[in-house]
Design a protein around this ligand. Structure first.
Ligand code: HEM
Length: 477
């Protein structure tokens, strides 16, 4: 809370502005408005605290400008769904397009090019569910192989380790093979460049790209363009990766756009998916019965190639994924700004007003959830998932409405496959079950300092399984 002098100065200079918003509750602003709150704690914690203290609508001040924090499910539905065309995603496009390219629907303008970009996204096609189903086996094999390599490490930093494991699995899902580590290094350099712009305290014109940025970008997207050229030159009807599937179904898609979308897949999914896995294993360590149940469920299903049908025989793995997405959602802050003056929550807001939406408070709202602070996958069984479907008022880890995650369904397939593969192969012994520090990278929560030891649960059968999956005959099966 700003001191009396700071509050007095705010009122002296900007007090007249407060009158229009007098109906809304919120913390007293100081000379910098309420920015001090956001300097002291992660934005999702601040938004959740406002929700607990002031209810569904909180008026805050970003310096002299009013802003709104929403923790109200009905108003969030208005902004993200029913009236979504009135609200843009702020300046995220300016922050990340140098790294992600302009072709990703993630930064498309609602009122301008989103529909067109969404319509040509391979992840939003009628055939996308068939592609997703075909990824389960390849993702399992990719994760199993990465885990074998991690087993050689005495101790691992879980966030970067699972990030690389996820990157490698996504290479298989997108282009059908793991790519050299140098490609991962280029990807991380591009992501770090975007993150520096997202987190910049200075105007973006003062934020320089890191050394080697242009070359890394050319190499990263150039690699997908090269893979496309090769796949067009020698089409293989048996390949199930996204690139091959898209070439078959959408041969008219421009190769440059296609290469950009393949590269963009990694920015959309690697950080969010791996953070969710870290959260899941951190919670499972705290609740050994839940962890033992996951391992027991996974063991008989994973000793042969997994399929979507076999995943469906593993409701506990799905419940663990849902519960990790509820209690530790990887994407916790959604920003929106009205493109023109608008009325919301009974008040008129100028164009460009910052609206902050967080799922953290609603995902743990005690008036909605029983024991909300406890990791309890059982809440998702016996009709639990139907009561709180993805994208509903109190559960929206992938966002809500038409701009919700285009790959939410794929992400669920990946999380269930990765959880089952890891749990059957190793016990992930996390060193501390104390809450971990949460940083922020590329708009996604970044768990810090979560170290773990992997203990093998299996003997040689995983090795022979990996060899079997890696054989050309198995690939085309
Ligand atoms: C656990 C994993 C994931 C989580 C938690 C997650 C979360 C989200 C959220 C919350 C949004 C909406 C943001 C907003 O409304 O401001 C979103 C959008 C998006 N996500 Fe994901 N995501 C995940 C995985 C992925 C993957 C694997 C991809 C791969 C392509 C992806 C690509 C996208 C794209 C392209 C959008 C923008 C959709 C649009 O605007 O039409 N995400 N994601």
């Amino acid at each position: 809370m700003p001191n009396a002098l700071s509050r007095g100065l705010f009122n002296l200079f900007f007090g007249a502005r407060r009158k229009a918003y007098a109906s809304l509750p919120g913390p007293a602003p100081g000379l910098l408005g309420n920015l001090g709150d956001f300097l002291a704690a992660p934005p999702w914690d601040v938004c959740a605290r406002y929700g607990r203290t002031y209810g569904g609508v909180t008026l805050i001040w970003m310096g002299p400008s009013p802003a709104l924090v929403l923790n109200d499910a009905a108003l969030i539905e208005e902004v993200l769904e029913t009236r979504r065309l009135e609200f843009e995603k702020g300046n995220i496009g300016e922050q990340i397009r140098h790294s992600t390219t302009d072709d990703t629907p993630f930064i498309a303008k609602q009122a301008e090019d989103w529909s067109r970009k969404h319509a040509m996204d391979p992840l939003a096609q009628p055939w996308t569910p068939a592609w997703e189903a075909a990824q389960v086996g390849p993702l399992q094999a990719a994760v199993a192989e990465s885990v074998e390599a991690l087993l050689r490490e005495p101790s691992i930093d879980l966030a970067p380790a699972l990030r690389k494991l996820t990157f490698d699995a996504f290479c298989v899902a997108t282009v059908g093979e793991k790519l050299p580590t140098s490609v991962y290094d280029d990807f991380m350099l591009l992501a770090a460049a975007a993150d520096a712009r997202i987190q910049a305290k200075l105007p973006l014109k003062f934020v320089s790209p890191p050394k080697g940025f242009a070359a890394a970008k050319e190499r990263f997207y150039g690699l997908f363009a090269e893979k496309l050229r090769a796949a067009r030159a020698a089409p293989n009807p048996h390949r199930v990766d996204l690139m091959s599937w898209t070439l078959r179904e959408m041969p008219e898609l421009d190769d440059t756009v296609h290469a950009h979308l393949l590269g963009g897949f990694f920015f959309g999914g690697v950080f969010s998916s791996s953070t969710t896995l870290v959260g899941a294993f951190h919670q499972l360590q705290k609740f050994p019965e839940a962890e033992a149940r996951l391992a027991a469920e996974a063991a008989p299903l994973t000793n042969a190639p997994l399929t979507l049908e076999r995943l469906r025989e593993a409701p506990w793995a799905e419940a663990v994924a849902y519960e990790a997405l509820r209690i530790l959602p990887a994407v916790r802050i959604f920003l929106r700004t009205p493109s023109a003056e608008t009325r919301l929550a009974g008040v008129t807001w100028p164009a460009g007003t910052m609206l902050m939406i967080s799922n953290q408070h609603l995902h743990r709202d005690p008036s909605h959830w029983t024991n909300p602070e406890v990791f309890d996958p059982a809440r998702w069984l016996d009709g639990g998932a139907e009561k709180n479907p993805l994208g509903s008022g109190h559960f929206f880890p992938f966002g809500r409405g038409p701009r919700a995650c285009v790959a939410g369904s794929f992400a669920m397939v990946y999380l269930r496959t990765a959880l089952m593969t890891l749990a059957s192969q190793v016990q992930v012994h996390v060193d501390s079950t104390e809450p971990f520090e949460e940083g922020f990278f590329f708009g996604v929560v970044l768990p810090k300092g979560v170290t773990a030891k992997l203990r093998s649960r299996t003997s040689g059968n995983v090795q022979s399984f990996i060899r079997a999956r890696s054989s050309p005959a198995a690939e085309s099966a």
